[in-house]
Design a protein around this ligand. Sequence first.
Ligand SMILES: C[S@@+](CC[C@H](N)C(=O)[O-])C[C@H]1O[C@@H](n2cnc3c(N)ncnc32)[C@H](O)[C@@H]1O
Length: 230
Amino acid sequence: MTPKAQQEIENADVVVGYKTYVALVQNLIKSTAEVVSGTMGREVDRAKIAVTKALENKNVVVVSSGDPGVYGMAGLVLEVAAAEEAPVPVEIVPGVTAATAAASKLGAPLVSDFAVISLSDLLTPWGLIEKRLRAAAEADFSIVLYNPQSEGRKEPLIKAYEILLKHRSSSTPVGVVRQAGRHGEQSVITTLDRLLDCEIDMVTTIIVGNSKTKVLGGRMVSPRGYNLSC
Ligand SMILES: C[S@@+](CC[C@H](N)C(=O)[O-])C[C@H]1O[C@@H](n2cnc3c(N)ncnc32)[C@H](O)[C@@H]1O
């Protein structure tokens, strides 16, 4: 969380969000604030409530995890606000996204070009996700995988693993980070061929190195190409 995000939550008249995320910031919400929290899958309803409350001149905060502009609520809130006849002022407050939070735990795997791909096919067709995986793997990007796998959704990660292995050496360093920056944080550096042996769930971010990524003193580094001898 950035200091600005913390300040906005502390000043909010209304806090709206997925219940797990609201629980994470509960201690920042003032006692007089109205809290609208709910389940996964009700994002459109929550965005509409937020916009309605903002039109009542309330100071509304919509909470996402990490950065609201990275697989978060920022886009949906702007879409819902644009559908209103009256202008709704919306400010997007940046946060620390899982990609960079996870990278910092692993070392420096993203200091060169990288691609970010979500393996959730809830809102994006799987065919398109596969196309993006192939393109990013072929182009030798370091690849960050969000939404990698849940209890009932294991197939996407297996398919992603097979695609990546077609384009990258089995010894490519891979970092797996759970609960980055939160209680219970875990991080592991392994190799691509052993990726599926790791504990991976929906609070995990995976970073697959590029062809130059190496492990130095236990840290994952994707060199930018500096010449160390001069
Ligand atoms: C819907 S996306 C939300 C991303 C979020 N807006 C962000 O910027 O980090 C959810 C995915 O983000 C990743 N994620 C979110 N928080 C995480 C954390 N603390 N540690 C590791 N991965 C996390 C996981 O891959 C999770 O499945």
